[in-house]
Design a protein around this ligand. Structure first.
Ligand SMILES: Nc1nc2c(ncn2[C@@H]2O[C@H](COP(=O)(O)OP(=O)(O)OP(=O)(O)O)[C@@H](O)[C@H]2O)c(=O)[nH]1
Ligand SMILES: [Mg+2]
Length: 348
């Protein structure tokens, strides 16, 4: 029996020894490393920033309502001469999209005379782009020693404060130093609303209590901007007045203050709400003279099927649309680009 135990112990011992030797030999295995290539002097010249995750839907989706109006012309696939029924469809679609009577009539005349050799959608695309040829560059620089100011005007509720907030966000994202002037002193909530955008974007803000003189808020903001060497002042204004004071007189006064050294108004944006359609146009007429408007911001295009109003506004007012609002979030303000806009309405 004892002999059996001894034999068993020897066998187990031998097995353990063999196992241990195998393991240690695996650790000692020589790995042949290929000879290294010479290291380049500069490995990476510039590290590309990681793309921001943008979960916002594309322009097509945000302009879905306006786009759907054009479904009927997209479905006309024939080319060449158009029947009177097809011309009626084109007319109805263009008028419903609010591009205006002038643009609609001009296009119908052209379609009657020469048909649509490349299809109806393509003819409409060309006509709309032909109406959107204005210079829409945005001025960002003032004269030497002056601080550039963008002034925002428009009736209440159109989206002035939200637009300023979105621009504060995008300008600071681009590395600009921005000061917000809470020139809407009509109600305290207006400054609070702007304060939220200042906090969100990292922009500076100058504000005063309810009922304070808007001119002095803007004046203080200019002083602050000059002292800190800021790149841009975005000035909010009220869309209404508490008493009989004329809103347009008030705006003209604010503009004079904002344009006095050290400030210089380089853009006066009239903000219009696209969902009010043709009403936006009549509102706009009143502001033009008083505020010396240089550009239009058309908001809430995401909330209307009448996106063609962009074309009517430019044609009727002779003022370029420079930005469009397509939602309520910071990223929902885009530089207006006619080709992208028209394609999002008409592309297949
Ligand atoms: N869907 C959508 N809503 C918007 C857009 N722009 C602004 N709004 C909303 O419109 C409402 C009014 O916007 P405000 O920025 O307060 O308008 P305002 O012109 O400053 O108004 P007052 O200060 O009263 O003169 C808010 O609920 C905004 O979120 C846009 O492009 N799309
Ligand atoms: Mg406001």
């Amino acid at each position: 029996m004892i002999v059996l135990w001894i034999v068993l112990a020897v066998v187990v011992l031998a097995a353990v020894v063999v196992l241990l030797r195998r393991r240690s030999s695996r650790h000692r295995r020589v790995v042949v490393v290929p000879e290294r290539a010479a290291m380049p002097d500069v490995l990476v010249t510039a590290v590309a920033p990681r793309p921001e995750i943008d979960d916002s839907p594309g322009l097509d989706r945000r302009l879905a309502s306006s786009r759907s109006i054009f479904d009927r012309v997209r479905s006309i696939t024939s080319v060449g001469a158009l029947s009177s029924d097809q011309l009626d469809v084109v007319e109805e679609v263009l008028l419903r999209s609010d591009v205006g009577v002038t643009t609609t009539n001009a296009l119908l005349e052209q379609l009657r005379a020469s048909g649509a050799p490349d299809g109806v959608a393509s003819a409409i695309r060309a006509a709309l782009l032909g109406s959107l040829g204005a210079d829409r560059s945005v001025r960002t620089h003032a004269d030497e020693g002056r601080v550039p100011v963008w002034l925002f005007v428009g009736v209440n509720g159109v989206g002035k404060t939200t637009t300023i907030g979105k621009l504060a966000w995008s300008e600071t994202q681009n590395g600009k130093s921005v000061v917000l002037a809470a020139g809407d002193t009509f109600r305290a909530a207006a400054s609070d609303q702007l304060q939220l955008w200042a906090d969100r974007s990292g922009a500076d803000i100058v504000r005063a209590g309810e009922g304070a003189d808007p001119g002095s808020v803007i004046h203080d903001a200019l002083g602050r901007a000059q002292a800190k060497g800021a790149d841009l002042v975005l000035a909010d204004t009220a869309g209404r007045r508490a008493n009989s004071t004329n809103l347009l007189d008030e705006l003209a006064k604010i503009r004079r203050v904002a344009d006095r050294a050290p400030g210089q108004v380089v853009e006066t944006f009239m903000v219009l709400d696209a969902t009010t359609g043709q009403n936006a146009l009549s509102q706009a007429q009143e502001f033009l003279a008083a505020a010396d408007v240089t550009g239009i911001v058309l908001t809430k295009l995401d909330g209307t099927a009448r996106g063609g109003i962009v074309v009517a506004i430019e044609r009727e007012l002779g003022i370029p649309v420079k930005f469009v609002g397509v939602g309520e979030r910071a990223k929902d303000l885009v530089v207006f680009e006619p080709v992208a806009f028209v394609d999002s309405l008409l592309s297949a």
